[in-house]
Design a protein around this ligand. Structure first.
Ligand code: KG4
Ligand code: ZN
Length: 352
C-alpha cells in the first residue's frame, strides 16, 4: 500500500495530509491564516511564511496520528514546489525535503495547480471512479484562472487564461469595495443570495469575441462605478445600503458565472471532450457549481468537483499529485529550490 504525506504552503493555508493508493485519503488537516491577513484585506507574504513555520510541525504530528502512520509507513513526502509566494513555498519545501531526507524517503515536488487539477480524481476513486483522461479543467483560485485540456498525468495544454485579475482576486477586490470581509468569495456568495438579480446587469467580459481567455478586472471597476452612482440615493436608510450591496454582489457573481459558463461551453464544443473538472477556491461557489452542472448536462458533458473543503488549498491534493509523481521517481538530494512562477505546460508526463 503506497502512502504519501502531502504538504501545502504556497499561500495562506497550511495543509497536511496522508493519501493511500489503496484506501484513499487517510487524514487531512488545514490551518487557515485568514484571521491573520483579514485585517490587512489581503495576504501579507512575510506573515504567511512565519505562520507556516509555526503550524507545520503540530499539524503534521496531528495528521500522522489520525492516519495511524509513522515514518516507516510512508513511501514519499510531497510538497508544493510552486507556483505561489516564494517565502511560503520555501517553508514547506524545506520542511518536506528535510522530513524526506531524515526518513530516507523520496521527496516529491508538486505543481500546486496540478494538485487542484487532479483533486476530483481523488474523490471520484472513492465515489464513482468515473473521471478519466482526457478532461477539461477550469482552475479558478485567488491567483489563477485557467482552462486546461488534460490528456494524461503531466500532459496539460492551457486553452485559456486570465489576462488580468484571477476570478478569486476579482471576488476579493469587489468584496473589499463593498465593505465585505476577506476572503471575498464566500462573503459575496452569502450576500448575493439576498440580491435582486434583475436590478443591475454587469458585462460578460470577452464573450463577444472568439477565444477562451478571460478578463475580470473590468467587473470590479463596474462594481465600483455602480456603487458610486447609487450610493447617494441609498444613503439615508442603512437597509437600502445593505440592499444595494446585495444587488451589486448578485450582479457581479452572475456575470462571473455566466462568463465562465460561456467559456466552458466553448471549450467543450471546440475539443469534443465531455468531462469538465472545476477546482480551486472559487470552485466552492455553490451557484457556480449549480449553473455549470445544469448547462454542461445540456451539452451531454459531465462536471466533476472535488468536495468543497478540497476545492480550497489543502495538503490532500498535494499528497495525491505526489503519489502520481512517485511513479516517475522522487528526489533524494538535500538541495532544493522553489518556483514562484511555473507554467503547467512545462510539466513532464509520467509513465508511457
Ligand atoms: O485555491 P484557493 O484556496 O487559494 C489560491 O490558490 O488562491 O482560492 C482562494 C480564492 C479566494 O480568492 C476566495 O475569495 C475564493 O477562492 N473563494 C470563493 C469561494 N470560496 C473561496 N470564491 C467564490 N465563492 C466561494 N464560495
Ligand atoms: Zn490554490
Amino acid at each position: 500500500m503506497v502512502r504519501v504525506l502531502g504538504i501545502e504552503s504556497s499561500c495562506d493555508e497550511t495543509g497536511v495530509a496522508v493519501y493511500c493508493e489503496a484506501r484513499g485519503l487517510l487524514a487531512h488537516a488545514v490551518y487557515s491564516q485568514v484571521d491573520i491577513h483579514a485585517v490587512y484585506g489581503g495576504v501579507v507574504p512575510e506573515l504567511a511564511s512565519r505562520d507556516h513555520i509555526r503550524r507545520l510541525v503540530p499539524l503534521t504530528r496531528k495528521v500522522l496520528t489520525r492516519a495511524g502512520c509513522g515514518p516507516g509507513d510512508l513511501d514519499g513526502v510531497a510538497y508544493t514546489h510552486g507556483p505561489g509566494l516564494v517565502g511560503a513555498l520555501l517553508v514547506g519545501a524545506a520542511f518536506g525535503r528535510s522530513l524526506a531526507y531524515a526518513w530516507s524517503l523520496p521527496a516529491l515536488p508538486v505543481h500546486h495547480m496540478e494538485g487542484h487539477l487532479l483533486s476530483p480524481m481523488m474523490a471520484s476513486s472513492e465515489r464513482d471512479g468515473s473521471l478519466d483522461f482526457p478532461f477539461l479543467a477550469l482552475l479558478v483560485s485567488g491567483g489563477h484562472t485557467l482552462l486546461v485540456l488534460a490528456s494524461r498525468i503531466g500532459c496539460y495544454e492551457v486553452l485559456g487564461e486570465t489576462l488580468d485579475d484571477a476570478v478569486g482576486e476579482a471576488f476579493d477586490k469587489t468584496a473589499a469595495l463593498l465593505g465585505l470581509g476577506y476572503p471575498g468569495g464566500p462573503q459575496i456568495e452569502r450576500v448575493a443570495t439576498e440580491g435582486n438579480p434583475s436590478r443591475f446587469r454587469f458585462p460578460r467580459p470577452m464573450t463577444d469575441r472568439p477565444g477562451l481567455d478571460f478578463s475580470f478586472s473590468g467587473l470590479k471597476t463596474f462594481a465600483r462605478n455602480t456603487l458610486r452612482d447609487h450610493q447617494s440615493e441609498a444613503a439615508p436608510r442603512s437597509e437600502r445600503v445593505e440592499g444595494l450591496r446585495a444587488d451589486i454582489a448578485r450582479a457581479f457573481q452572475d456575470a462571473v458565472i455566466d462568463t465562465v459558463r460561456i467559456k466552458c461551453e466553448r471549450a467543450v464544443r471546440a475539443t469534443g471532450v465531455r468531462s469538465l473538472v472545476v477546482s480551486g477556491g472559487v470552485g466552492a461557489n455553490r451557484a457556480m457549481r449549480e449553473t455549470l452542472t445544469v448547462r454542461m448536462a445540456r451539452l451531454d458533458a459531465r462536471v466533476h468537483f472535488p468536495p468543497p473543503e478540497l476545492c480550497t488549498d489543502n495538503g490532500a491534493m498535494i499528497a495525491y499529485a505526489g503519489l502520481q509523481r512517485l511513479r516517475a521517481g522522487g528526489e533524494r538530494a538535500l538541495s532544493f529550490g522553489v518556483r514562484p512562477r511555473w507554467s503547467l505546460e512545462t510539466l513532464e508526463p509520467t509513465g508511457p
